[in-house]
Design a protein around this ligand. Sequence first.
Ligand code: SF4
Length: 330
Amino acid sequence: MSIKVGIPRSLFYYQMYPLWQTFFEELGAEVVVSENTSKKILDDGVRICVDEACLPVKLFHGHVISLKDRVDYLFIPRMTSISKGEYICPKVGGLPDMIRSSIKGLPEIIDVEINLRKSGSSELESALDIGSYVCKDGRRIKRAYIKALDKFNEYKADVERGFIPGDDINRKRNIYVVKNSELLNIAIIGHPYNLYDSYVNMNLISKLRGDGINIITHEMVSEEIINSYADKLNKKVFWNFGRKALGSVRHFVERNDIKGIIFVVSFGCGIDAFIGDLAERIVRRNSSIPFMFISLDEHSGEAGLDTRLEAFTDMIRWRSKNESNFSAHG
Ligand code: SF4
């Protein structure tokens, strides 16, 4: 019987799942993912997690609860840094400790630090450590890692081409290539776990698409473009998400086909509060593109979101017909 490795459908799942799934499966493990987010998963997470945590971290707790009794290992890497010179949010780095202290009856956690800022540390070393939980053959782990990287690069290329990961991350029918000049382009910036979890964001993306909007996320902008714009910022941003968000915002304000920008933030997220404010200033100072924040928390109501989206898209449509009479800033 194969070893079961549980992966919570939360946080970095939306960025890394194709890499993690291929890696563990190549090592002969069975990968079990928690179900799509539901009211029960969210309620369980909110009940057990510390009040001060942000929504995504609370939700992660709920996904762990839904998985823990069905697997031999839980994969919760200690993600400190996944890119040279940059950090991930400390709440993600401390997740294995938070989970251990909040939830009882856990299986063993695959708790390996991924810290590319540490001297001498590499992705391959982390992969060898992670793989050693389910396989003792170092060469096989290396081969699995190389295969997983290929899958991961394919996935990233799909996302750049317009694939919205959504609930089924392996499904490619979702690729949405814009050909219709009637559609309005709206850029959406936010953590992938907020943008692609349709329960948490109350179907934000499908609502906008249903209204004839073409969605361009910051993940659809290539690393080269993001970096070229991030390099022009007054100061280097040392958060991985911050660089991507601000680099893409600068890029969006210079494109002439973006009609609106939405920044999705998690209530209680310090990084979002800081980066969101900088993003808004970049947009306001350098363009007249309408800009809106959508803040998500466990109390967010769908009717309020619908009203705001409708008002935002109506205003953009009116502006495109009668540009000079409508303010971008309300
Ligand atoms: S970056 Fe923000 S939303 Fe994400 S885990 Fe950290 S505090 Fe939560």
